[in-house]
Ligand binder design. Structure first.
Ligand code: 6PG
Length: 266
């Protein structure tokens, strides 16, 4: 059932400014969750864009580290490549290397997708981990306090890739997805009905190579089979996009403070 929502896109001049804007947003979301609920359950995407933000959050010479309630964070993943945790292209490995190895989050509060397992087994285990951690009953799904998404130049998000089965999954919380077009062609991913329930849901997107797909996702015809990022219609009715100028170059120009707004009706 399509759901109209308000999009706010915040355009930074360059990737460095974008990583600062993203670090500020992470701190804002985490602190708000801890203030309201005593802890912050964050679901992170992988890929390359978040690296600079993770480094800023961990950096002792930057203001963000001291502002983050590390001991109250619960870390989850939006998706994972089916690789061992020490593989350089594992999302967990990237997050550890750039963030988790440098900040005081208790290990029991880090909930890794086990990419080293058989994909179906890894998906089932993560779904059961979510059910236990969120104390879910029946058809309930987990509501993350903050969920950070990236977007590929093909319009994918999480591991919801064009023309793959996971795009159609509406019952399970976590699935294994075969992605023939990718180098690592087995993935574990949260499903879109889980993603859209997050309280603070945002995309972090940088680079000219994303401009065309972002324009088609936001202003093109509704075709989630081809552009899975169009599935992300937040339950909260609010979606934030943190963009650099290049990624935003085909969108309507933002205002003087770099803010653009759109009402998306699908
Ligand atoms: C992954 C991510 C994926 C990512 C996009 C963008 O496993 O790769 O979770 O969804 O967010 O592919 O990746 P970049 O940030 O590298 O462009």
């Amino acid at each position: 059932m399509p759901r109209p929502f308000s999009l706010e896109y915040r355009v930074s001049d360059d990737p460095v400014a974008l990583s600062h804007a993203a670090a500020q947003h992470f701190v804002h979301c985490a602190r708000a969750a801890v203030e309201s609920r005593g802890k912050a359950r964050l679901a992170l995407s992988g890929g390359s864009t978040p690296k600079a933000t993770f480094q800023l959050l961990a950096d002792k010479t930057q203001p963000y580290r001291a502002m983050m309630p590390w001991e109250k964070l619960e870390i989850y993943w939006v998706d994972e490549r089916c690789l061992p945790p020490d593989h350089p292209d594992s999302n967990y490995h990237m997050t550890r290397e750039n963030l988790l190895d440098h900040v005081p989050i208790p290990p029991r509060q880090i909930h890794r997708m086990q990419g080293e397992l058989d994909p179906e087994e890894a998906a089932a285990k993560y779904e059961s981990e979510l059910r236990n951690q969120f104390r879910l009953e029946g058809a309930q799904g987990p509501v993350f306090d903050m969920l950070a998404l990236g977007m590929g130049d093909d319009g994918h998000t999480a591991s919801l890739f064009p023309h793959t089965e996971a795009v159609h999954e509406m019952m399970r919380l976590v699935v294994a997805n075969h992605v023939p077009q990718q180098k690592y062609n087995w993935r574990i991913t949260l499903t879109w009905p889980v993603i859209v329930e997050a309280r603070d849901l945002f995309f972090l997107i940088a680079g000219q190579d994303k401009a065309d797909s972002l324009h088609r996702v936001l202003q093109g015809p509704y075709d989630p089979e081809t552009l899975p990022s169009q599935l992300i219609q937040p339950r909260s009715g609010k979606l934030v996009m943190l963009l650099d100028r290049q990624a935003a170059s085909l969108l309507p120009a933002p205002d003087a403070s770099g803010i653009g707004k759109m009402e998306i009706h699908r």
